[in-house]
Structure formats: structure tokens, C-alpha cells
Ligand binder design. Structure first.
Ligand code: NAD
Ligand code: APR
Length: 240
């Protein structure tokens, strides 16, 4: 039986299916990932821009990096693979998405059960006093109206804790899942890379390049997220 057919059988018999996504889910929308050949971290050192220290000691570089990502994202939108996952939630095939992505594309495509484990690039706060701030104020490089602190997007930076509720919900959902489908992530970053191991259910890995540390998956499909999801959808529609 083909890997696609195997996963279709598992989806059909699963009572609780969870999807975990990373940056590879959005590259076919035109959004670079981080560690592929054309990823963000091949051009910029993450320690220079994705850390609390960057805000405190190199704010112009931090601001430039995240402004550039926001302006790029404003020109991108979810692709057919995102809409398939939203269709699966509507049909009761998919119960929950946990994502490392900050682009909001799963919610934009229509999924309502989404945990953003690395926060969102679309909301902002003052790094010093925590008061929320607008996208316009951040892009205009304004300081916090209350304490004159530096503004930042609500993404999780190196060394910062993940949002407690999002992490707890994702963990509970994955622990109780019959099927966890991991799409478009190198599984390089802690602690999200530990989540797939925490399920008793079947584990599927769909990725353009298969990470060396993915041997614990029950099924591995080397391929592009959008193409594989279209394949799965076509097979599911045949007999679902
Ligand atoms: P780590 O040692 O756990 O990460 C393993 C590898 O991934 C390292 O080689 C590191 O270079 C890379 N990596 C980790 N976080 C990264 C990030 N934010 N952007 C790019 N590459 C990253 O990393 P660490 O320095 O110990 O940081 C882990 C801490 O950072 C955890 O507390 C976690 O809550 C937080 N975190 C942040 C992000 C994020 O920035 N969105 C993502 C995952 C984890
Ligand atoms: N289809 C499937 N897989 C893809 C596609 C695609 N169209 N495009 C890229 N990939 C794969 C790449 O081969 C890579 O293995 O997706 C993976 C993306 O991995 P990363 O670039 O490391 O992104 P991610 O795993 O999401 O990074 C985790 O690191 O820097 C932090 O906060 C950042 O949330 C991010 C975290």
C-alpha cells in the first residue's frame, strides 16, 4: 500500500487527529523557512535577531528583521494545503493544529482550533512594560506611549518561554491523539521538537527533506506540504 493510502486509512480510523506544522507549511505561500537552503537563518544569524538580547542591545537590527518579515507576509496568503486542513476541521477529520508558525495562515484559512506555540507576528507589545501596541506604531519605530520602551512583535524569541496555555493545550491534545501528522518542520527547535514523541498514537512526518532524527515516525512522506495534502484530500474524497 502506498504511504498516501496508509495515511488515508489512519485518518479514516482516527478519532482524534492532530497536525503539527512548521515553516515548511508556508514556503509554498512564498514565505521563506529558516533552515533550508534559502531560509532566513542562511542569511541572518538568529542569535543576532531572534533573541531578547537583540532587542536590548541591537534594536535597529531586530526592528529591521521583523519589519521586513511583516512586510513580506502582508503580500502572502494561505495556499491550498492550508485550506485543506481547514476543510478537514469542518468535516470533523482534524481536531487541532499546533503550529510553530507566526504567520496566522491556519486561522486565515479557516481553522479555529489552532495553538500558535511561537506566538504571532501580527500583535505587538512594549518589551519593557508589556502594554500592547499597534502594528503601525511598531513599523513606524515608535516607542511605547507609556514608558518609552522598545516595541516588539509577540513572537517567542530564543530563551523565552512558550505561551503557557498554548503549550499546555498542544501537549494535552497530542498526548490524547490517535494520529499526529507533522508537516514542514526540521524538528530542530526545543521544546516543540519533543511534542511528536509524546503521543501514543501513530506519527506521520511530511517534509521536503527528511530530518535525520525522524526515525521514530510510523510513516515518513518526503514531499511538499501542498502537494502531499492535495494527494491526501483526493484519496479521502474518494471514499470518505
Ligand atoms: P535550542 O538549543 O533549544 O535550539 C536548538 C537549535 O535550534 C539551536 O541550534 C538553535 O540555534 C536553534 N534555535 C532555537 N531557538 C531558535 C529560534 N528562536 N530561532 C532560530 N533557531 C533557534 O535553542 P535555545 O537557544 O536553547 O532556545 C530554546 C529556547 O528558545 C526555549 O526556551 C524555547 O522556549 C525558545 N524558543 C524560541 C523559538 C522562537 O524564537 N520562535 C522557537 C523555539 C524555542
Ligand atoms: N513542504 C514540506 N516541507 C518543507 C517545505 C514544503 N513546501 N518547504 C520547506 N520544508 C521543510 C524544510 O526542508 C525544513 O526541514 O520544512 C522544514 C522547515 O524547517 P525550519 O526552517 O527549521 O523551520 P521550523 O522547523 O518551523 O523552525 C522552528 O525555529 O527559528 C525558529 O521560531 C522559528 O518557529 C521557528 C522554529
Amino acid at each position: 500500500m502506498s504511504q498516501i493510502q496508509t495515511v488515508v486509512e489512519w485518518i479514516r480510523s482516527s478519532k482524534k487527529t492532530i497536525v503539527l506544522t512548521g515553516a515548511g507549511m508556508s514556503t509554498e505561500s512564498g514565505v521563506p523557512d529558516f533552515r533550508s537552503a534559502s531560509g532566513w537563518w542562511t542569511k541572518t544569524d538568529p542569535q543576532q535577531v531572534a533573541t531578547v538580547d537583540a532587542i536590548e542591545s541591537n534594536y535597529p537590527l531586530f526592528h529591521e528583521f521583523y519589519s521586513m518579515r511583516i512586510n513580506l507576509l502582508d503580500k502572502c496568503s494561505p495556499h491550498e494545503g492550508h485550506y485543506i486542513l481547514a476543510n478537514w476541521e469542518k468535516r470533523g477529520i482534524l481536531q487541532h493544529i499546533a503550529t510553530q508558525n507566526v504567520d496566522g495562515f491556519h486561522s486565515k484559512a479557516g481553522n479555529t482550533q489552532v495553538e500558535e506555540l511561537h506566538g504571532s507576528i501580527y500583535t505587538f507589545r512594549c518589551h519593557s512594560c508589556g502594554r500592547s501596541a499597534s502594528k503601525e506604531a511598531f513599523l513606524a519605530k515608535e516607542h511605547c506611549a507609556h514608558c518609552q520602551g522598545n516595541l516588539r512583535p509577540n513572537v517567542v524569541l530564543f530563551g523565552e518561554m512558550l505561551p503557557e496555555r498554548a503549550w499546555h493545550n498542544a501537549l494535552l491534545n497530542i498526548q490524547s491523539a490517535d494520529l499526529v501528522i507533522v508537516i514542514g518542520t526540521s524538528l530542530e527547535v526545543y521544546p516543540v521538537n519533543q511534542l511528536p514523541k509524546m503521543t501514543k498514537g501513530k506519527k506521520v512526518y511530511i517534509n521536503k527533506e527528511i530530518a535525520h532524527h525522524s526515525t521514530y515516525f510510523d510513516c515518513i512522506i518526503e514531499g511538499k506540504a501542498k502537494e502531499v495534502l492535495i494527494n491526501l484530500q483526493e484519496r479521502l474524497e474518494k471514499n470518505y
